[in-house]
Design a protein around this ligand. Structure first.
Ligand code: ATP
Ligand code: MG
Length: 502
């Protein structure tokens, strides 16, 4: 009987032949790579790829993290990352873990060079997470080698239409939803320490946004509060409307009023209402208009860009006027430039952001990128600002936050003391009508200072503060009257003397 040795022998021979052929080919390729000129190598590579294309029935799509000029992280990459994080955690063997929403759960995603498969309407696709190193740039000094991350999607040619249409739409849609669900809201600030020009580094640094303020806890007249909430909610749902009227999907809010009336608190309440990130822009740390534009490009949609105390941030108030004066006289121009330089040096800020740079930031062509953004300015002195800065269209809604009303006090009493009615409320109401007090002062008085402090104690401390404020106001008024009468007396004396001499 013949032994069944034929097959294994042939197989072994076949493997051996194949192995040696492969080795020869590799050897040949190594020689070609070493000695062949670059152009010829490129040519060979190009045609090998084309030849492969005839026989290799699979299609590959790459999703790069930074596409194009790399100004911004690719939305498609982020959506794919989120989609795969939800779908790969069961099948991938190496995963990356990151903190998710509220720092309470971990979000897993594919680690580098990991491959997972996905099924869509019977079609099988493969996802590979990968990274490629790009050559170090030497044009402006030496930067280390940069890594570009990407996802590669491979599928059979016969599913081409279905994958490029339906499947990719499904991935992006689901990915976006997952991102919103897992999103930890962030509070960003522009770090003045930013120097490293690597493309991966953003100009913003962030922490998790955890401010607890809401519109419910804000002391304000109920009608005004409702109006602001409705305005915000309408804005957030108006994507199509803004597209229809041909306007960028953004809205400017100017919050003004004395210190301690809740401007910063309202920004936190807005962010919590709409579930937006907050970008707290420190203008004095921005070097120039170009840097301001870069900062703007790096903000994401669903966010609030805040510039607090806009009147103090830069000397934006008189710049337009100065410019016209300057143009009339060259000598003056030089002089004022030198003074400005000196001032900048003295202040140590060195910021060269101009009013026109800021105006462009708010509603220039670049401001439209991203969409769904609120720009909020706060100031204590609205009258100091350049009218161009706060005209409608730039700052669409002007909200005055003012001294505490009795309605506002009732909200604070409910928050701080759990009180809706109390016999001392009448006294508070009467005093509030007669004098001005900020919500911050009311809040401070209503705050229990020791475990034994009860509602009566807090309310009487508030009444005392109100009475003191009233007395001070009367005193100030008396002094004002005295000053004006003195001025009148002096003026009339001067008038009499000039009449005599004439
Ligand atoms: N309208 C308000 N409702 C509830 N709390 C308020 C309100 N206004 C002020 N407060 C309380 O007072 C404190 C100071 O308020 P906030 O920082 O918002 O004032 P601001 O208007 O931003 O002042 P500034 O102009 O000095 O920046 C907050 O911690 C908040 O608790
Ligand atoms: Mg503030």
């Amino acid at each position: 009987m013949q032994k069944p040795t034929f097959f294994p022998a042939t197989m072994t021979e076949m493997w051996a032949t194949m192995g040696s052929t492969l080795a020869s080919f590799m050897f040949l390729w190594a020689i070609i790579r070493q000695y062949c000129p670059y152009e010829l190598r490129r040519f060979l590579e190009k045609y090998t790829h084309r030849l492969m294309g005839f026989f290799y029935p699979y299609i590959r799509i790459s999703f790069h993290e930074y596409a194009g000029d790399r100004l911004k992280r690719s939305e498609a990459y982020a959506a794919v990352e989120a989609y795969l994080s939800a779908n790969s955690s069961k099948s991938a063997k190496r995963l990356k873990a990151e903190m998710g929403k509220d720092s309470s759960n971990l979000v897993l995603s594919m680690d580098e060079h990991e491959r997972v498969t996905d099924d869509f309407r019977g079609a099988k696709v493969w996802w590979l997470s990968s990274k490629v190193a790009s050559a170090p740039t030497r044009s402006m000094g030496y930067y280390p080698e940069q890594e570009k991350r990407l996802y590669k999607l491979t599928f059979h040619n016969k599913y081409r239409d279905m994958i490029t249409d339906a499947y990719l739409e499904h991935v992006v849609k689901e990915g976006k939803e997952i991102r919103v669900r897992n999103r930890q809201r962030k509070l960003y600030t522009n770090s003045p320490g930013y120097k490293w020009p690597s493309y991966k580094q953003t100009m913003w640094s962030h922490i998790v946004f955890e401010h607890p303020a809401t519109f419910e806890t804000m002391a304000m007249e109920p009608d005004k509060k409702r109006e602001i909430i409705e305005d915000l909610l309408t804005f957030s749902k108006s994507k199509d409307f803004y597209a229809k009227i041909g306007k960028a999907w953004k809205r400017g809010y100017l919050l003004y009023g004395p210190p301690g009336t809740g401007k910063s608190t309202m920004i936190a309440a807005m962010a919590n209402l709409l579930n937006y990130d907050v970008y707290d822009l420190e203008l004095t740390a921005v070097k120039d208009n170009t840097e301001l534009r870069k900062l703007l490009i790096e903000t994401t949609s669903k966010s609030i860009i805040v510039i607090e105390d806009i009147d103090c941030s830069l000397d934006l108030t008189g710049q337009r006027k100065k410019k016209t004066e300057k143009s009339s006289d060259d000598e003056n121009e030089k002089l004022s430039k030198e003074i400005a330089k000196k001032e900048a040096k003295e202040e140590g800020s060195g910021s060269k952001v101009t009013l026109s740079g800021l105006l462009n930031f708010i509603d220039g062509l670049w401001s439209a990128c991203g969409g769904e953004r609120l720009i909020v300015f706060t100031t204590n002195y609205v009258e100091k600002l350049d009218p161009a800065l706060i005209r409608r269209g730039r700052m669409d809604k002007h909200i005055e936050l003012s001294f505490c009303s009795f309605e506002g006090f009732k909200v604070l009493a409910k928050n701080y003391l759990d009180l809706e009615m109390h016999p001392m409320f009448d006294a508070v109401q009467r005093l509030m009508e007669e004098t001005k007090i900020t919500p911050a002062d009311v809040a401070e008085n209503l705050m229990p200072k020791s475990p034994t402090d009860d509602a009566d104690k807090c309310l009487s401390s508030l009444i005392q503060a109100l009475e003191e404020a009233k007395e001070e106001a009367v005193r100030n008024q008396d002094e004002d009257v005295k000053e004006t009468t003195m001025e009148d007396v002096v003026e009339s004396q001067v008038d009499k003397e000039t009449e005599k001499t004439s």
